[in-house]
Write a protein that binds this ligand. Sequence first.
Ligand code: XBP
Ligand code: MG
Length: 251
Amino acid sequence: MAELKCILWDVDGTLADTERDGHRVAFNMAFEEAGHKREWDVPTYGELLAVTGGKERIAYDIERGDMHEMPYDEIAGLHARKTVHYQNLIGEGRIPLRPGVRRLLEEAYAAGITLGVATTTTPSALDALIEHSLGKEWFDRFAVLAAGDIVPAKKPAPDIYTYAMEQLGVNPENTLALEDSENGWKSAHAAGLKCVVTVNDYTRSHDFTGADLVVSELGEPNADGVEVLQDSHNLALHHVELKHLHTIMQD
Ligand code: XBP
Ligand code: MG
């Protein structure tokens, strides 16, 4: 039984559905621009999401023989162009926050809970999403933005969560993670955190055995109730509220 003091948010798939219409599209724009005959369609991108991190994802596609060999510098250059395209797509305001994200963020912030981000995404891509989808005030409201190559081992390794908690001076027993994918859940779990998962089309069939709560989305009070896929604490909720996160921690 422990008090909830900190919530760490995953980004892609959790704050917003950025993968299919954001990152995937941006990768394809960079490939075309560089003359690579490779397009990641929606199902293929779902397979590639098994590997976290954009540069690592390109390297994996090369490894499985679907893109031609290239040195690491070229992968990094391609990825840098992809990030520019991604920032532009986000700047067009194409990707909204997922239902309930702003509501729960505001509720937790008002309650004095420490809020942070723990993601494998490149920092400048994260900054674009905060600026254009969340609002610039969140640069100050998040006490830590832990992102990208700041740790050598990306999710499912626990490193990014451990790094974020070290920066904040909080303990795992007082921290809860919000995630959308199996790699994310594994990372949070390995760091010793309780975890709430909001699935999306890419992650619905992932294995979240042991997660505290798995729902279709955080939901809103004035909308239909969320779909509950796993409810280890018998919360029987309509939408996810801060009080539910407190219950999960204290259980
Ligand atoms: C998801 C990822 C990222 C993005 C692409 O991160 O694995 O790699 O798909 O971002 P998370 P980059 O769910 O932890 O937010 O191309 O910037 O790596
Ligand atoms: Mg994610």
